[in-house]
Design a protein around this ligand. Structure first.
Ligand SMILES: CC(C)(COP(=O)(O)OP(=O)(O)OC[C@H]1O[C@@H](n2cnc3c(N)ncnc32)[C@H](O)[C@@H]1OP(=O)(O)O)[C@@H](O)C(=O)NCCC(=O)NCCS
Length: 158
């Protein structure tokens, strides 16, 4: 089924939820994209979904505003270590600046807190101009000093 043409336009203030990626929304999630000058900051969702397919300890969610898919989150979800790493996180360029990314991040934090040993969350980000560093800092992330493939690691205690 083609799910792409059916989503209503979201507006600021719509309730944000995280939902499984499934047969009903996978094409819409693949079609979500960041702005051209943001492409260095996050992989395309189709690549993330392919990586998730080959990974067991991963939690994958579509970000919805109301009934519209607006973004994507992927968490490395290892309760044996335990270690929770926000591997991919994006809001489509059309829907940025409407509060959806922040609301979705709050929901990711709530999920991690519900997991065994989920008292902190890690991520890494490209530290370039226009990148998400200031966004994450405003949500309480602090750099750990570690660098992975040119990306700065940050952590937030939950
Ligand atoms: C980073 C991202 C997820 C933020 O999503 P969003 O829906 O635009 O964020 P919100 O509208 O909820 O913004 C929340 C707050 O963060 C601020 N903010 C958002 N993106 C920002 C950025 N790149 N730099 C600085 N501040 C930012 C907003 O101004 C807002 O501040 P306010 O509450 O004072 O108004 C989104 O810009 C994005 O997908 N960027 C490209 C991909 C990316 O970099 N992903 C992260 C990979 S590690």
């Amino acid at each position: 089924m083609d799910d792409r043409a059916e989503s209503p336009a979201p507006s600021r203030g719509d309730v944000v939820t995280l939902r499984p990626v499934d047969d009903d929304n996978v094409r819409a999630v693949i079609d979500l994209d960041v702005a051209a000058d943001q492409r260095a900051f996050v992989a395309p969702n189709v690549r993330s979904l392919a990586e998730a397919f080959a990974t067991t300890k991963v939690w994958v969610r579509a970000i919805y505003a109301g009934e519209t898919p607006v973004g994507f989150a992927m968490l490395s979800d290892d309760d044996e270590q335990p270690r929770y790493y926000l591997w991919r996180f994006m809001v489509d360029a059309r829907y940025q600046g409407m509060g959806f990314g922040g609301a979705a991040l709050d929901l990711v934090h709530a999920y991690v807190r519900s997991r065994p040993g989920g008292d902190r969350i890690h991520l890494s980000y490209v530290p370039d101009e226009g990148g998400p560093g200031p966004f994450y800092r405003s949500y309480g992330y602090v750099d750990t000093g570690r660098v992975h493939d040119g990306e700065r690691e940050a952590v937030k205690v939950l």
